[in-house]
Design a protein around this ligand. Sequence first.
Ligand code: IPE
Ligand code: IPE
Ligand code: MG
Length: 255
Amino acid sequence: MFKFFKGKNNKLKTASIDIDFNNVPKHIAIIMDGNGRWAKERNLPRTMGHKAGVETIRRIIKECDKLGVKYLTLYAFSTENWKRPKDEVSALMKLLVEYLKKEFDELNRSNVVINNIGDISKLPLECQKELKAAYEKTKHNTGITMNLALNYGGRDEILNAVNGIIKDVKDSKLDINKIDESVFSNYLFTKGMPDPDLIIRPSGEQRISNFLLWQCAYSEFWYSNINWPDFSEQDLHKAIYDFQNRDRRFGGIKK
Ligand code: IPE
Ligand code: IPE
Ligand code: MG
């Protein structure tokens, strides 16, 4: 286990990383990539990579919680991932159910809200059932919110929002002249949540792959060559440290 302690001035001390506890990203989103390559490097089937990736989820959620992150969004299955071989897709769905069953008690004890984003109505019924039950049982928890992005696509989410808006305008629930950014955001899966401050993508790819397209307008990006199963608490600290040393101007000028 990677150890850290709180040093002077409310800073988190790691080997050589000082994390400022007063400036921890409120919302971190991670594109959990590189499971397949991790397995290939070890001559293992891709599914073993996904299994190893689940272990990383367990460690990283704990660490984010410890650090005071309020929302952790994990990209687990995209709207494009259906293109993969049937066997891989069903193995992923099976892993999801196993994960929820196995981890539920500990996550709940740790006060985690187990939420999901994406169109889960296309997932196998058992997955839907587990996801809904996990959310219902944890929705009043007050700790970190874990958003599992499943059958999630940024474009799909935006289209879904547009359709929701059209419906509400037709039903006279929404005034057509009152549609601004904040109203629009309320039709997204991330309704009520802050936009991600930091988006992390391991595995060496430097693309967004249809993730949080609306919400990433001013997110800071952090890439690493490490495959997701090898992503450590220390890598998370590095990403946060980098984030804390950036100048976020939001279109303004430096103070
Ligand atoms: C990410 O790992 C997991 C999912 C997309 C479900 P990949 O399976 O994409 O791993 P690589 O990119 O092939 O290494
Ligand atoms: C993005 O990874 C989706 C998830 C991690 C769930 P992919 O491996 O599917 O993305 P591409 O194909 O490399 O862009
Ligand atoms: Mg990939």
